[in-house]
Each structure stands twice: as structure tokens, then as C-alpha cells.
Design a protein around this ligand. Sequence first.
Ligand SMILES: [Mg+2]
Length: 281
Amino acid sequence: MHAQLLRPVDQLSVEHAAGVHTLITDIDDTVTTDGHLTAAAYLALERLHQSGLRVIVTTGRPAGWCDHIARMWPVDAVVGENGAAYFWFDSASRKLKVHHHLNPAQRQEQSVRLQAVAQQVLEAVPGCALASDQFCRLYDLAIDYCEDVARLDPAAVAQIVQIMQAAGMTAKVSSIHVNGWFGAYDKLSMSRTAMRDLFGLDLQAERERVIYVGDSPNDAPMFAYFPLSVGVANVRDFQNQMSDLPTFVTRARSGQGFAELAEQLLAQRAGAGLAQGSVRR
Ligand SMILES: [Mg+2]
């Protein structure tokens, strides 16, 4: 699909940047660095948002975190738990709102099934653990393979994926967790829903005007979908495990790479004569 992949991000041109109205980004190891949100990365996010770009974050992180992020971060929406729900702060009513993939009764039924698979994984794969943030998840089973436990080898990670898939779950490997869920949704499908519901935009028709930033195999479908996709430098760590690679790659890793992309994008947009606040909505 892409003529050339992993191009240096300084090749992102005025022509690329001029039409962009939305930035969609992963959080872990893309905006954050070694598990922390640095001032530089947060400032980059704030500058992007203040420039008039619509900013949407997509993450495998739990619903409980998304509630916080949608309320407090400089973002327009948060797609959480790998696409199970999206959250936004409605400034007119001054309320946090959520769009769920399933209704409450369906979520209850599903959580029983999730617990059974969790038990199976914990018994079969020594050294893994439930992610520490499992308690505030609604849809997802997150198995920690290197965040709070000693890093497991790739064979153990593959075994976790296999158990989840055998139980009928979709399984994705992020840089810290293996996430499993029932259902066919993903970050992309729920981003499409959020863009339609919140902004009246057809993501398919708009995808050349959206820039996506990520770092790991669970971002590969987004890299494939958006012609303007960017990996922070640590995406190269996963290069051989990924079905699709981003068009551009930053020099710096993680949050510093995100700040590098923000600087390039904002400079090119300024070059295109896009004044602050000129694009969003
Ligand atoms: Mg990530």
C-alpha cells in the first residue's frame, strides 16, 4: 500500500501536513516513555490540540484511565480498551460521556467468561500476571508480560495469545501486555464510530487527512489504514513481528519521538499557512 515505509519523519512535508485535521495516537511507549508521561510529551500533545488539530488517543488501557484522560488531558476523545468504548468530555453539559460497544447486561455476562480465561492463562504460563490495572477494565483481559513482572520470553507471550485465541478471544500484544477480548471491534472500528458520532466525519473518506502515531504490533492495523502513519523510533524493536509498518519513523524513541513528530507537523502546518485554531470542527 505504501510506496516507501519507515521514512525519516523530517520528510513529512508541507503537502502532507496541510490537509491534516486530526491526529490519532497510541499512548503507551508512544506518548509515554518507560511508563511515564514526560512534560515534553504532554506539552507536545497540548500544542497539537491548541493548534486546532482534533486529537484522539486510542489505547488498550482501561476504561477507568480513559475517564481520567478524557476529563483532564488536552484531547477531544479517548478510544479505550482497544476499541470497546470511547469517552469524551462534553463541554456543553460539562459531563464525561461514554459510548459502549456492549450494554450493561452483555458486559456482565462477558466478565464471567473473561475471568475463566484469566484463570487458565495464569495457571498455564508461569511468570505472567494480571495487569495491575485489570480492576478498572470493563471489556478486556490484560496479562502483564513485562510491566510489573520480569520480562517473559516470546514463546511465553505467544502461548498467552494462543490460550486467548483458543477461548474465542481476539488477542493483541502491546509493548507491555497481552490484551484479549471477545468481539470483533478494535481501535480502528471504534475510532470510526467516534469520528462519525462526535464530528460527523466519515473516517474512511477522511483518512488521508488523519495522522496516526504508534509504536508496536497492536498499532499495525492503523499503520496499514492511514497513509500518514508515524512510528516512534522504538517501533523498530518490533519491526519483524509486524504485519504493517508506518510510513514515517522518528529519530527519538517514545515520548521524545512523539514531541519530534509534533514539532515537525506543527512546523509544516505553519509553513502551509495554517493559523492556530483554524481547523478543528
Ligand atoms: Mg504502544
